[in-house]
Ligand binder design. Sequence first.
Ligand code: ADP
Ligand code: MG
Ligand code: MG
Length: 899
Amino acid sequence: MTQYVYDFSQGDKDQKDLLGGKGANLAEMTKLGLPVPPGFTITTEACREYLRLGVEPGELRVQATTALRQLEDRLGRQLGDRHDPLLVSVRSGAKFSMPGMMETVLNVGLNDASVKGLAEASGDERFAWDSYRRLLQMFGKTVLDIPGEVFSDEMDKLKSAKGVTSDVDLDTDDLKGLVQAFKDAVRTHSGADFPQHPREQLDLAIRAVFKSWNTERARLYRRRERIPQNLGTAVNVCTMVFGNLGESSGTGVAFTRDPATGRAGAYGDYLANAQGEDVVAGIRNTLSLDDLAELDKSSHKQLMKVMRRLETHYRDLCDIEFTIERGKLWMLQTRVGKRTAAAAFRIAAQLVDEQMITLDEALSRVSGSQLAQLMFPRFDPSGNGDPVTAGMAASPGAAVGRVVFDSPAAVAWAGRGEQVVLVRKETNPDDLAGMIAANGILTARGGKTSHAAVVARGMGKTCVCGAEELDIDERGKAIRVAGQTVGEGDWISIDGSTGQVFLGQVPVVPSPVETYIEEGLDAACDGVDQETVQLVQAVDRLLRHADQRRRLGVRANADTAEDATRARTLGAQGIGLCRTEHMFLGERRTMIERVILADTPEDRNAALDALLPPQREDFTALLDAMDGLPVTIRLLDPPLHEFLPDRTELAVRVATARAKGEANPEDERLLTAVERLHESNPMLGLRGVRLGLVTPGLFLLQVRAIVEATCELRRQGRSPNVEIMVPLIGSVMELHLVRDEADALIEEIAAEAGLGDLRIKIGTMIELPRAALTAHRIADAADFFSFGTNDLTQTTWAFSRDDVEATLFAAYLDKGVFTVSPFETIDADGVGRLVRIAAEEGRATKPDLKLGICGEHGGDPESIHFFHQVGLDYVSCSPYRVPVARLEAGRAAVTAPPG
Ligand code: ADP
Ligand code: MG
Ligand code: MG
């Protein structure tokens, strides 16, 4: 027989799967001998059975009866008895806490007869009727699905008729009247009388809790929080204790430390003569724990003792619910409490100081995303006016700037040193330059996976998207919102952590954690309050510990000396990816164009020669900035068309000129070439190593520039450490072809320079499935592999990222095809499997093969843990993600199962 019912004395905190979080912790507190009102838990399994069958499993009724009778015998009282009745609460409690999502009914067992028994036994008639009206209210709403307002309106009517504002001002007769009114409302709205039979009340309440697992809002919440939909909830049946038994009673919530700031010392709210949710519902002003100490010294003292005990036991911040019944303390709930990012760091460090946990444990309790939150600048909390509207909080941070409506304007304004916020109906890949130039991005359309949101998060840029109330006229350069018009150049402030949009300049304060990471502990602690000092010190301590413990190196993706320098400040141990194509934007684009379109070898060589000096300068600056640290330079990668003039524009120009009879031979020639080279699927076309192999001299030019830069720095006594990386290899032959030429050239230049071995490594990206699957052969020709997980994800799924993110991903996330975009977190089963195969087989061929990853996944916490497990040597990510990656790599080392 399946056991569906567990007494509180039977379980423990590790049984959350079966008993739910609340039930498991009630059992744990019972085991600890803390004052928990007795009761029992109905398992999540029973709930799953109920949801599957549509009726309670037969054994459940029988087992519930046994448990209830035992409870009654132990207490010497019976559920709903007309003399001194036993009353219970019926409480939901799933494995993961889902605040406010599911239901609880208090005072089950009260009816027209037992309310009198309760009045007699307690000697407090008012209390008995107050409890009854609460049962009717909660039962009506939760079990009978009657709108809550039906009851609250009744209550408000009564209060205003009496001219009182608080529920405690209602007397016994008022409450009796209210009970009658509630019973009438139940009959009107449900078509039946309120069930008087106690056991029927209990059974209906249990069923209602089962059902509350599947409400629309609960399902939505779980989708968002990535909680599986099939877990079910447990139901806790718990003897009632009463905080509404007059002024010597009350109810409260408390935390063993402040969950908002992390300040040490208990923190809580208390409400006298109240029950259940009253304290959080804001119906009356709550008291602090200090106030409670004045009110009831001995209960307060006992509460402190219990909290200390819990914290010692759980070795973490606990939150609790408690009730005081006529001076006697009862514990109704505890769990390891949720906390803000700042509190997480501070509390972890405090617990180490108090020798409650080790540094390794402390590290496992903070996360990279919490660190990222702490690094964003924020609006000065005192400086906010009212938001004019709000959209989705797509990428955190606080951005202030002048409104611009398109990408060129953003670039132009920013070029003049202006702060700008790019405002678009929605963004597309063409807006990238503007997004980079802007402080923040605001869109009227699209959700959290819209282009704007995804790209902004990728860049660590503040973004509010889908602010639908904005009426944006991109041509007329105006936004109309809330009766006001905002034009180009007007100031706007957006809060990517809340989605709020403000007109004007809201003051921002730089985050002290950011200051710490960039300038060190002293700079960050200068002139800030003690709380902030403690936060910064906690971050410092845990980040340093992560650095000590991690096996993964952390490098940055950086294309310029400026980015490289910043990355170094942030703790990068090298450059994992320098994209050379970024060096050919703007004016230099035409230089590559000339190489590609050259008709004769002479033309091509001339074009290549012109490219050499600027390329050499780029590399010299970059290698100099990263002196001593490895720098992986990727040879030219992007699709051909990015280096050619726009086909449509050119065609129009040629046609116009022809029409005027002024045909321009140069344009005509260019157009023929562009048409000849046009690709309908450039991502899968002539790019990467393919472009290098069909364009004589192109890669060699880059290799020459790299080697000459290395020589120059060597002569200056510097220690450049360069790694040349070939993109988009599918076959080892491709790598051999590039490598043979490159090795020869390196040798030649080195010999000329007389500098000995330049120790330049040559390796490849693994970013095509075929490369991953033939890694054992490719390893023969490579000194290192770097996984290009962006392209590997695109090619494994056959997803064109720029297209599917806009058109498909919202639907796929909603339908549960994936719970997170595979471009955000590595798809461990598919793409990750290819990474694992390539890593293992590459190392089988060459045991000392160096393995890294340079896709965007290199900065994603979950992915970093995966790369740690697969045994890579380093991750490489955007400079600003470097601290996050350092922390997560450390966490991966202390939390990963060995092996
Ligand atoms: P939630 O999960 O929403 O916190 P709970 O099951 O904890 O719901 O119950 C809601 C409120 O009722 C809480 O304030 C809780 O402390 C209170 N409560 C629950 N059971 C009892 C009980 N047996 N006696 C007194 N108060 C109770
Ligand atoms: Mg609770
Ligand atoms: Mg690639």
